[in-house]
Design a protein around this ligand. Sequence first.
Ligand SMILES: C[S@@+](CC[C@H](N)C(=O)[O-])C[C@H]1O[C@@H](n2cnc3c(N)ncnc32)[C@H](O)[C@@H]1O
Length: 669
Amino acid sequence: MSLYHETAAVLAAPSSHGGSLKSRIFSDKSLKSSPAQVYALAFESSKWSVILKEVVENSELLQTEKRLTPALSILLVHDLLLSKKGIALPASHGLRLAVEKHKARLQAELTRARVRRKCATVDDLRALVDAELGPAHPRWIRINALKTTLDDQLDTTFRGFVVVPSIDEVVASAGQGRRVICLDGHVPNLIAASPGVDFTKTEAYKSGAIILQDKASCFPAYLLDPRPEDGDVIDACSAPGNKTTHLAAILHERRASGAGGSGGAVAWAPRQGAQPAPRVLAFEKDAQRAEVLKKMVHKAGAGDVTTVHGGADFLQTNPDAPEFRRVGALLLDPSCSGSGIVGRDDAPVFHLPSAGSGKGGNGNNNGTAKKKTTTMAATTTNLGKRKRPGHGSGITSQEQQQQKQQQKAPAPSAPPDSTSDPARLASLSAFQLTLVQHAFRFPAARKITYSTCSVHAEENEKVVLAALASEAARARGWRVQRRDEQVRGMREWPVRGDREACGEGHLEVAEACIRAQRGDGRGTMGFFVACFVRDGKEDEGDEEGGEVARGDRKRGKKEEDDGPFVRDESGRIVRDEDGIPILKSTGKKVLEMKDLEKQGVVEVRFGGEDDDDDDGPFERDAQGRIIRGPDGMPRLKPRRGPKEMVVADDEEEDGEEEDDGEEWGGFDD
Ligand SMILES: C[S@@+](CC[C@H](N)C(=O)[O-])C[C@H]1O[C@@H](n2cnc3c(N)ncnc32)[C@H](O)[C@@H]1O
């Protein structure tokens, strides 16, 4: 069967089986054509189908060529008039001949359709069609610190890309054929690149030096902020492993920079020369998915620091077992409804021409569906939800593979398109709550992130509130990590939890929760994350684990007594926006973010959204390159004029910060 017949068949299949258009195509083992080609043709033709329907109807193609079906006519006319390569069939193929002999007439109808829409050129018309799809989604690329550095990647993979200061410019570049990148202002080592640029062919991608990972999906590991003195880190629900490798990369950077956290001391490796270095313990219940996880861990170079527990149910672990006595942090990213990614793969409506209508039929359509339109989409694709695929060349099968891996896996038995089913939501949230409560029981644990790619409060804020109210939380002193305690990028991220879902009595919890919304211009998918912390007066674990944890905190306490810097109640050094510790001697006190903003001491700037001047909000060196901190985070320019930061001379000169290995933490509290 030809590409065109296969694509027409896919578009005709009922969407109630197999999920989105993309997942149906890529999971269809019977396809002879490349799934990427089928998807690109289906998507692009659907995108143009309102216009092509007019062209086909007004040219009376279907009346003349009886062999053509309405779906085939749209697909073939699309390629004839709009694809650079033309119809992908041999020159003598009957279908190709049937359409090509009407080329002049079809071309003339396309011109009329363009003029009706007041577009001077086909490119203008293309821009109009693209604009109807809504904002494009940037390509998010995490630089894998286990294998490379941001600088190396800027010099290699991204050589020739223009660095722009805002995500808006990245998104806009989609329709301009430009190759631009923006260094993310919230998550270190993260780059947003022009939509549609295919990185899967690059050496960096193949070697694991760069990882395609949505920005929001980078929040949990960054928010958890694992530090060597935290000990081992559990990733409870790991496959395919993006967050696992992110955790490993952060730990690696912390160790490489010799930086500890609040106390500045590296607790594990150097201690009496005997303690093993902290590890990431990655659990994955599904044995098949665990294989993907293992591959990903290996490819990312995280194998040395990661232990994969494949086919292992995290809920069956015994938190008091000796192997977990050093677990100080956990990342929980359980199966969820996936409602935050619903629509990500959906195609535009596929409009079909009527076989009976001729000139004058729908000639005045102006870009939206008419009542008379036969929309196969009503039964074939999810209506109204749109997503552009890889721009231009279409999405590749490798990309698709990775995107599929990156998607939250619904519970294996879950039916597709059931992201809002109340019974399923209830069962998912019960499972999610159990998971959090289980994590609370790890004796040396001090911080836990909980995340989903769901938009439903039932799986998000409600789980957090229920977990906080549980006996397990109260017994061990778990609380939510407040916004002002979070790492800088997360503190400054503006989209917070659902206040209504939290209720008047829990607005601090809502503020502590972090959300990301698809389609709000920030370029992320729908996502949720919150962090639980405890201060550690309660249970400290078994003898050895407890002893180690106590040792670490003692060191922290000593530094608190000795050190010259202001610390927060968790013992972390309080810093200004440039990462400069605040001296006790200056008398500055810890303030709420809003107070700091009001006073102009802290400026909340992210992703270049607040672009001060021509070259963006970041500091640059003499060559114009953006200056970054050791964690890869671009350095923000200091405020100017009356908002200028006041930095006391002695703070700048004080070498103690770097001496005690605090440099890394410069941007994170
Ligand atoms: C949302 S996905 C995790 C995505 C992953 N964190 C990432 O960023 O690449 C959830 C995973 O948790 C696994 N899972 C669900 N319940 C589990 C359990 N009780 N123990 C371990 N893994 C579990 C699922 O099989 C699925 O692979």
